[in-house]
Design a protein around this ligand. Structure first.
Ligand code: F6P
Length: 520
């Protein structure tokens, strides 16, 4: 089975969608709701503890079937199977894409099973204090050292699952900014702190520099032989980790078929397992797997990630929307958007198609957002009355974790009030001046989830993973490489040597030369 490589704009469905767009582009959602009183019910989808309302979109009853035709014509089904069956779909790196197999407990690859077992027993030892620091004390603090996918996922999940946390305090150091490291080390006791160095490649400048600095800090009071009790690593590069001085038994392996931005399900999630316990980590994986099954087996018209992806393509490629906003109505999900930015923008920020040609249509969306209700008092003004079209995902949980009903009702009331205002605006109400006019007709999806649990969080993350995959398939781009970050890494070596030596003769342009001069 080969991975499909269809130019979406050359399909019949694209032509039909273009024609359809001309007919519906000026239709207002307010009218669609007025004409069809059942619209809200018809464009709602229940799956597990999720309810997706996609009725507040600029679509008529014909739009979704036409978008589904597009998915069929670019052979989305075949692409999904190719991914799940472990084909080398990341062709530019010659790799399979296997993050879904990390959470399929019925068919776990043996090396994954062994690693999960190792994570389980290690987490339990650290949490229960059987794992001792070099002076015999139990661990109280964990510091995850990594960047990108080796940081954002674990950090986001640890914060999202704060309610389920145990006594361990988990911190995250990512930036090569030395002040970040020093702030993160503040107040830490060497005798009771565990450092988890996470780097798929173990070549990343930021992580290696931070790990080195932390090691030196640790050795100010401890000795080399004590390192084994305080440093563990997660990596594919076992040799580099051993060279760094880490004990082989302290290495948690991962594999090149797990992409960095999809790696929280692997041993990269060790900090999660330490923070909330292995059982909760496993529930996170189970929830993701349930979404995998939904994605793989459901009809496209009943498939949450597929519907979200198709709607996004509708706005991106037909309405010309440049960005999408994501607003979770839960403070626990404060880091979700930053996490998704890497997943979505590192995956689909591409301009060469799978046939090697420069694309002549828009690809990756810009994703941004923040938590509600805070965002209402920050950037919502622009979504309501600005000139740009910004489709927005609202995510809310029906139940709060601490059960404070007064707060919860207000939180949910705000969430629906916003989608209502974005839809309806001041349409059909009289407004005494132009400045108060809200056009409405602003598209939103609302995802209502029963409760924030490790399981539902796993499903939510997997939902966005599959959404971005579908978009990449349709745009005919390779979502699983990230060549675009390599040039900057390479150039940073040259700029570092220019800064260190105060010699700009090898710097290619006068702007950078001046900047480097001013830095010294
Ligand atoms: O920024 C590029 C990138 O390769 C990401 O894809 C990755 O998550 C991050 O760097 C960190 O890489 P590593 O885990 O190898 O240190």
């Amino acid at each position: 089975m080969s991975f499909p490589k269809t130019d979406p704009t050359q399909t019949k469905a694209w032509k039909n969608l273009s024609d359809h767009f001309e007919v519906v582009k000026n239709v207002k959602m307010q009218e669609l709701f007025a004409q069809d009183l059942e619209r809200g019910k018809e464009m709602g989808l229940t799956w597990d503890d999720f309810y997706l309302d996609y009725s507040k979109n600029r679509i008529s009853k014909e739009t979704l079937p036409l978008l589904v035709d597009l998915a069929n014509e670019v052979h989305l089904k075949k692409a999904i199977e190719a991914q799940f069956q472990g084909e080398i779909i990341n062709e530019t790196e010659g790799r399979a894409v296997g993050h879904t197999s990390l959470r399929n407990f019925d068919q776990l690859p043996s090396e994954v099973k062994a690693t999960l077992e190792k994570m389980k027993s290690f987490s339990s030892d650290v949490i229960h204090g059987t794992w001792k620091g070099y002076t015999g004390k139990a661990i109280t603090h964990v510091v995850n050292v990594g960047i990108g996918g080796s940081d954002l996922g674990p950090d986001m999940v640890c914060e999202a699952l704060a309610y389920y946390r145990n006594h361990l305090e988990v911190r995250f150091v990512s930036n090569v900014d030395g002040d970040h490291v020093m702030e993160s080390l503040k107040g830490l006791d060497r005798e009771t702190t565990l450092f988890v160095i996470v780097s798929k490649t173990f070549t990343t400048q930021e992580t290696l520099t931070n790990a080195q600095t932390i090691r030196e800090w640790f050795l100010k009071n401890a000795s080399e032989k004590d390192v084994a009790q305080h440093f563990v690593a997660v990596s594919t590069n076992l040799q580099a980790v051993t060279d760094f001085g880490m004990a082989p038994e302290n290495i948690f392996p991962m594999w090149d078929w797990v992409g960095g931005r999809f790696s929280l399900w692997s041993a990269v999630g060790l900090s999660i397992s330490l923070s909330v316990g292995y059982d909760h980590f496993e529930q996170l994986l189970e929830g993701a797997h349930a979404m995998d099954i939904h994605f793989r087996k459901s009809e496209f018209s009943q498939n949450i990630p597929v519907i979200l992806a198709l709607l996004s393509i509708w706005y991106n490629n037909f309405y010309g929307a440049e960005s999408e906003c994501i607003v979770p109505y839960s403070q626990y999900l404060n880091k979700l958007v930053a996490y998704l930015q890497q997943g979505i923008m590192e995956s689909n920020g591409k301009s060469v198609d799978r046939n090697g040609h420069t694309v002549h249509y828009q690809t990756g969306t810009i994703v941004w957002g923040s938590t509600g209700t805070n965002a209402q008092h920050a950037f919502f003004q622009l979504i309501h009355q600005g000139t740009k079209l910004i489709p927005t995902d609202f995510i809310a949980f029906r139940e709060s974790l601490y059960g404070n009903l007064d707060h919860q009702n207000k939180l949910l009331a705000n969430c629906v009030a916003q989608t209502e205002a974005l839809l309806q605006g001041t349409y059909s109400t009289s407004v005494d001046n132009n400045f108060k006019v809200f056009e409405g007709n602003k598209p939103t999806n609302t995802l209502l989830i029963k409760k924030l649990t490790p399981y539902s969080l796993g499903s939510l993350i997997a939902m966005y993973e599959h959404k971005l995959f579908v978009q990449g398939v349709i745009w005919n781009i390779y979502s699983y490489d990230q060549w675009g970050v390599e040039l900057g890494k390479k150039l940073a070596k040259g700029t570092l040597s220019a800064i260190e030596s105060n010699d700009i003769s090898n710097v290619s342009n006068s702007s950078t030369q001046e900047l480097i001069k001013k830095m010294n």
